[in-house]
Design a protein around this ligand. Structure first.
Ligand code: ATP
Ligand code: MG
Length: 594
């Protein structure tokens, strides 16, 4: 129940022994860093203005290092599905992204034009992203698993001028048919499977790259020029197209330093796909601005493959998502013991609430907790984090990073906003002004405007702040359950269920009820070795009642082989609810198909 205190601490705080750090954390003195912080000084640390050309994300990510002592440092190591390995230094990335920028220029694609990519995690995607930004064009990644309709919708909303895709996806997703309804789409570049032939009315990506020059003069970009379009995950409804500008790189950079603790010798692995904002902000941009090495794995999740990658690549910092953590928990800790994972020094997670159970499982499995952090497509970068030096309170998202002002607010009927006191539940709000804040929702001005009130950006998430400044996620405003006068956050119920050894995943909804408003219903999937049965259902109901009390515990539990999730791994409670109530399922473009 969110208006009581019992949710906070099921598990004891995890203190960080300063002597136990292999490297001193970047954010060791939080109070001082917050007091001394200024965005201007971060921007000055970057090379802005180096070429008299304002600020450009790709310049900060690649050229800055290619022109200095890190030119030959490994920037990206790509691991192919079939065991291939390709390495790219900063100098390589400079040359290749220059080539792609020249390709665009040769096709008369210029500043502000939108370049979409529909591809798996292949090197061409990364080169396209960086070359696009150098050219002053706008990069928009799509999930490669999208079907023709979501692709068409996003290209139409984003007014895509160029689509870069693979030969296979071009045919499978029927791109030639989609083009008829996309008048803005002038050029399609196809990445072939070895040869340089391309389907009619398209260009061969590799042929154009082959003939393009390696020298390119950066297109002058202003910090406020549009750089990225990211579609939201579609967890709560139809995805929105969030617009980000070049200045976002200032936030990408400093959050990598503070929240992910990047140091020069780190080998970083962000498991997110660039089709989701995490895979671009932290899968491409942030680590490159620090001149460190990133691992890219083309393949999808498979527990042993992942542990092998950490062992072989000596990954030091690992950024993943709660859904992946839950899958690893499902696979068990025995297989982890087969691998030497001692290179790891920091593990972090984003995208959904990280159940306290999962934070603690990190301790058992990897000898370190998993550090939750919170942000959104709209915020462009990490805002609230369990940074390395912070004492962890399992279940909390941590504290706002230096430069970020966060509060728990309540919007009154007259439109004014009041800040709530410690431990009160309200909407999580941020003070606008951080560089990676979205600048628009494409074609939805009114919706954008409504996100701001009383000098705050309203996130649509409910949370509370404790007396020590830790933020605790309660739920999305849309998901909160009202039952017999109580407000219940589904996360709290899901976390309690997750504490039971049989549960792999849980999704909780409110089901309309004439007597008490809504009753709590849980959908659960089971770990290996457990089978659905009446006896187990009763046991789970009993476990939840003893953990949460009868007012909050689910009245119903339904077994499912898996809980529906978005492609970025978020539980789609709205879909569970629609199915339960026999209502239209709404936009399913981001639904992951198991
Ligand atoms: P849509 O806006 O289309 O419904 P979405 O909100 O899931 O989709 P994203 O921008 O990818 O799209 O996700 C941001 C949201 O994810 C946050 O607003 C929050 O609800 C949730 N989230 C992200 N990180 C965390 C976290 N660490 N703890 C709890 N919730 C989180
Ligand atoms: Mg959202």
């Amino acid at each position: 129940m969110i208006d009581q205190d019992h949710k906070n601490m099921t598990f004891a705080a995890i203190r960080k022994d300063q002597a136990g750090f292999r490297i001193t954390p970047n954010l060791a003195d939080y109070a001082r860093a917050c007091a001394e912080f200024s965005w201007q000084s971060v921007e000055r640390d970057l090379s802005s203005g180096r070429q008299g050309s304002g600020l450009n994300i790709a310049d900060e990510a690649v050229d800055r290092h290619a022109a200095g002592p890190r030119a030959l440092h490994l920037a990206l190591r790509w691991l192919g599905k079939q065991g291939e390995v390709l390495d790219y230094t900063y100098a390589d990335l400079r040359r290749l992204s220059n080539r792609f920028a020249n390709v665009l220029r040769g096709l008369a694609i210029g500043k502000g034009d939108r370049v979409f990519v529909l591809a798996g995690r292949i090197p061409e995607l990364y080169i396209t992203a960086l070359g696009t930004l150098k050219n002053g064009s706008v990069f928009c990644p799509l999930f490669s698993a999208f079907g023709p309709e979501p692709i068409q919708q996003r290209l139409a909303i984003g007014e895509g001028n160029v689509l870069v895709t693979t030969d296979t996806l071009y045919h499978r997703r029927k791109i030639s048919e989609l083009r008829e309804s996309l008048p803005a789409l002038r050029q399609v570049l196809v990445i072939g499977g070895g040869d340089m032939t391309a389907p009619p009315n398209t260009h061969s990506f590799h042929e154009l790259m082959h003939t393009a020059s390696e020298e390119f003069t950066l297109a002058p970009t202003d910090p406020e020029d549009m750089a990225l379009i990211h579609f939201t995950s579609g967890t709560t409804g139809k995805p929105k197209g969030a617009v980000h500008v070049h200045q976002a790189v200032v936030a990408h950079h400093i959050t990598g330093k503070y929240a992910l603790d990047f140091h020069p010798d780190d080998v970083f692995w962000c498991t997110a796909d660039p089709g989701w904002v995490t895979g671009t902000s932290y899968g491409i941009i942030s680590p490159l601005t620090h001149g460190i090495t990133s691992i890219i794995d083309e393949a999808d999740f498979e527990a042993e493959r992942w542990y092998r990658i950490i062992q072989e690549q000596k990954v030091t910092i690992w950024y993943t998502a709660p859904t992946a953590v839950r899958m690893m928990m499902k696979a068990g800790t025995e297989i982890i013991r087969k691998y030497d994972l001692r290179s790891l020094r920091f593990i972090s997670s984003v995208g959904e609430p990280l159940n306290p159970e999962a934070v603690m499982w990190g301790q058992e499995a990897f000898g370190m907790p998993i550090h939750d952090n919170w942000w959104q497509t709209e915020t462009g970068g990490i805002m609230i984090a369990n940074y390395n030096a912070l004492e962890i309170r399992p279940g909390s998202m941590g504290k706002p990073l230096p430069g970020i002002e966060a509060a728990i607010i309540q919007k009154r009927k007259d439109g004014t906003v009041i800040e709530l006191k410690a431990d009160a539940v309200g909407e999580l709000a941020l003070k606008p002004g951080w560089p990676s804040m979205f600048r628009a929702y494409l074609h939805e001005e009114e919706r954008y405007r409504k996100c701001f009130a009383g000098g705050w950006y309203l996130t649509g998430d409910l949370a509370k702040k404790d007396a020590d400044g830790y933020f605790w996620f309660i739920g999305r405003a849309d998901d909160v359950i009202k039952s017999a006068g109580h407000l219940i956050g589904p996360f709290e119920v899901e976390s309690a269920l997750m504490e039971h050894p049989a549960i792999a995943e849980a999704g909780v909804i409110g089901k309309p009820d004439a007597m008490i408003g809504e009753v709590v219903k849980a959908f659960v999937s089971l770990k290996k070795g457990y089978e659905p049965s009446e006896a187990l259902r009763k046991e789970l109901l009993g476990h939840a009642r003893s953990r949460l009390g009868p007012a909050v515990a689910p009245r119903e539990i339904e077994f499912q082989s898996s809980v529906p999730k978005t492609r970025s791994g978020k539980i789609m409670r709205r879909l569970l609810k629609a199915r339960e109530l026999g209502l239209p399922e709404g936009d399913l473009s981001t639904l992951e198909n198991d």
